[in-house]
Design a protein around this ligand. Structure first.
Ligand code: SF4
Ligand code: SF4
Length: 214
């Protein structure tokens, strides 16, 4: 079977698009090259220039140990099972004589294996005590995979790289904790003002009037 000569080819492709003339693809490619060459380069010169990352970047996870109550929620919810927590119980003596002894969890180990972590952020979302935070830091590549398990001391160090939270929207509703504290402070101030001794009433009568009457 012979192919149709270029003069007798249909003017449209089977998909309905106009058939292009030979060499038009090359011309288009050269036009794109020329256009790109005259534009300003957008290549980031990392690592000479650090990238300007948005504050919510998921780089690494920081642990604010003081807030952690060892509730294990993060470790249970982590889809990759890459959070390792060890703890023991400690008995706390009663706060007042005759009170009851209490027990509390003491953290022994908190580690995250970043070789397994998929940066889903579930652990941070579920932590009820605000003990885990995202840091935009990302320069912690290692040549030994075991080094990617960050223990609690390292996780605490990442806390220093966590950016400050953004300022509240001025039109936002006041948080209920602050509203309750403000209400209590106002009530206390009103009670103190009512209990304070009142100054004696100042007489407005002219003393010379009394002398003239005698
Ligand atoms: S970000 Fe996701 S995968 Fe990584 S430790 Fe948290 S819950 Fe696990
Ligand atoms: S969920 Fe929060 S408080 Fe509970 S163990 Fe994890 S980090 Fe600690």
């Amino acid at each position: 079977m012979s192919l149709p000569s270029p003069d007798h080819r249909p003017s449209r492709t089977p998909s309905g698009r106009p058939r292009s003339f030979p060499g038009s693809g090359l011309a288009k490619g050269l036009a794109v090259t020329l256009r790109t060459m005259t534009r300003k380069s957008v290549t980031a010169q990392y690592p000479d220039v650090q990238p300007d990352l948005p504050p919510r970047t998921r780089g690494v996870i920081g642990l604010f140990e003081e807030n952690c109550t060892v509730c294990m929620l993060c470790a249970r919810e982590c889809p990759d099972w890459c959070i390792y927590i060890d703890s023991h119980k400690e008995t706390v003596p009663p706060a007042a004589p005759g009170g009851r002894e209490r027990s509390r969890n003491v953290l022994d180990r908190f580690a995250i294996d970043f070789a397994l972590c998929m940066y889903c952020g579930i652990c941070i979302e579920v932590c009820p005590f605000d003990a885990l935070f995202w840091s935009p830091e990302f320069e912690y590549a290692e040549t030994d995979i075991r080094e990617l398990t960050h223990e609690r001391d390292k996780l605490r160090e990442w806390m220093w790289t966590v950016p400050e939270p953004p300022a509240l929207d001025p039109a936002a509703e006041e948080p209920k904790e602050i509203a309750a504290a403000r209400k209590a402070a106002d009530k206390l101030a009103a009670q103190q003002a009512a209990a304070a001794p009142q100054p004696p009433p100042v007489s407005t009568a002219d003393p010379t009037d009394a002398q003239e009457g005698t």
